[in-house]
Write a protein that binds this ligand. Structure first.
Ligand SMILES: [Mg+2]
Length: 414
């Protein structure tokens, strides 16, 4: 049996954890640069705020209903996500983290439903975050069970296809559109509808071979999965990452070399820390800078790949490469809107490819820097290129504090 555990309205729930005044009130969280709505409380859903709605279009509803608005606070969400995943790990040897707020767990227990309720209860008690649990023989069924658990309050957040209310679930499958299935988007829904298949129940009863001829193997598998035949196992092993990307659209245009260098170096710091924490090295950095295609009516993008003669995860070496590369592609009189770096050719950092004594000394230095930054503050020691309060920082007017990852931003009570 497979369980899908998913935090309800994750970003909003993270914000509520630190602000008791917004319980049971409409709350939304915005995307980077305060662009669109990416998380909504149930109350916000009820008044008609849609997922992905541009902020400016929702403004009227927001003022009318006194909705609390947050800019996204990824350090907070990422930290809480890590806590949830670590906590859930105890419930299964096979855990597949599927997104920032959901994971699949392989269950060996007999009392699935009780187990589901205890997961929900314990996560709330220990971490303060509400989750729903969906249980079924396959990932598709677990996903569907989770959807039902969220939508129908009578189940109190836990639905199992092996539970005592099989008949009710059949009825729900008869009444629910296939568009609510895992991996079925609007266009696919339309195409399947043309065959006279509208409900999940109808798709479950369809002939898999016929479906395969029309839509290919993935939809055939979906039919099997709906019938309890597992086609997608829970894979707990993480595949090694092929590249590390760090890029961003700027809050305001960049028009000078120094600010651009500052931005790129900040990306290098982030990406190389990721490299080191995952035990990886790279010998290749791809750098790109571009203007705003929509505002300027034409895209100007310059990029370059810089190679290092050996594998490294030393941010100073990567900094030098990036500045060298930037000097080659940077042009004056362009309003830069976005930039990024991609570390490619990753490999595990076993063995050495160049002067051993030098590497040991340098890796000690970098380890020390990481340790200091971990202990005191994320940006306690930074590269000389970096500006601590950059102009290009994101537009985030309503950001909450980093309550769980910064000593200076702890929740104050009193
Ligand atoms: Mg969720």
């Amino acid at each position: 049996m497979i369980a899908l555990v998913d935090v309800n309205n994750f970003y909003v729930s993270c914000e509520r954890l630190f602000n008791k005044r917004i319980q049971n009130k409409p709350v939304v969280v915005l995307s980077n640069n305060d662009g669109c709505i990416i998380s909504r409380s149930d109350e916000a859903k009820k008044i008609g705020i849609k997922m992905g709605m541009p902020f400016f279009k929702a403004k009227k509803l927001i003022t009318e209903h006194n909705v609390t608005v947050y800019s996204s606070n990824y350090p907070l969400y990422a930290d809480l996500s890590g806590r949830v995943m670590n906590f859930l790990n105890q419930y299964s040897v096979d855990q597949e983290v599927y997104s920032i707020d959901e994971c699949f767990l392989k269950l060996n227990q007999q009392e699935y439903l009780d187990y589901g309720y205890s997961i929900r209860y314990e996560v709330f008690k220990n971490l303060g975050l509400p989750v729903c649990v969906g249980i079924g023989k396959t990932k598709t069924l677990a996903k569907l069970a989770n959807y039902i658990a969220k939508k129908y309050n009578v189940y109190e957040g836990v639905v199992s296809f092996e539970g005592p209310y099989r008949k009710d679930l059949e009825q729900i499958m008869i009444e629910t559109s296939i568009s609510n299935l895992w991996g079925v988007g609007g266009r696919l829904t339309k195409k399947i509808n043309e065959l006279g298949i509208y409900s999940i129940w109808e798709l479950k009863l369809a002939n898999p071979k016929w479906i395969k001829q029309l839509f290919g193997i993935n939809i055939e598998r979906m039919v099997y999965e709906l019938n309890g035949v597992s086609c997608y196992p829970v894979t707990s092993k993480k595949l090694p990452q092929k590249q590390i990307i760090c890029s961003r659209s700027f809050g305001q245009k960049i028009r000078d070399f120094k600010s651009m260098a500052d931005a790129l170096i900040t990306f290098v710091q982030k990406a190389s820390l990721k490299l080191r924490t995952q035990g990886l090295q790279t010998n290749q950095v791809f750098i790109f800078i571009r203007n705003n295609r929509f505002a300027e009516k034409r895209l100007i993008e310059n990029s370059i790949t810089m190679r290092c003669e050996y594998y490294t995860n030393d941010s100073r070496i990567l900094n030098r490469l990036v500045i060298e590369g930037l000097k080659k592609i940077y042009k004056n009189d362009i309003d830069y809107h976005k930039a990024g770096i991609i570390l490619g050719n990753l490999k595990e950092s076993f063995g050495v490819n160049y002067d051993y004594s030098k590497e040991v000394a340098e890796s000690k230095l970098i380890d020390t820097l990481d340790a200091i930054n971990r202990k005191y503050a994320k940006d306690m020691i930074v590269s000389g290129w970096q500006n601590k309060n950059p102009l290009w920082g994101m537009k985030q007017l309503n950001k909450s504090k980093r309550y769980t990852t910064s000593w200076n931003e702890l929740l104050e009570v009193g």
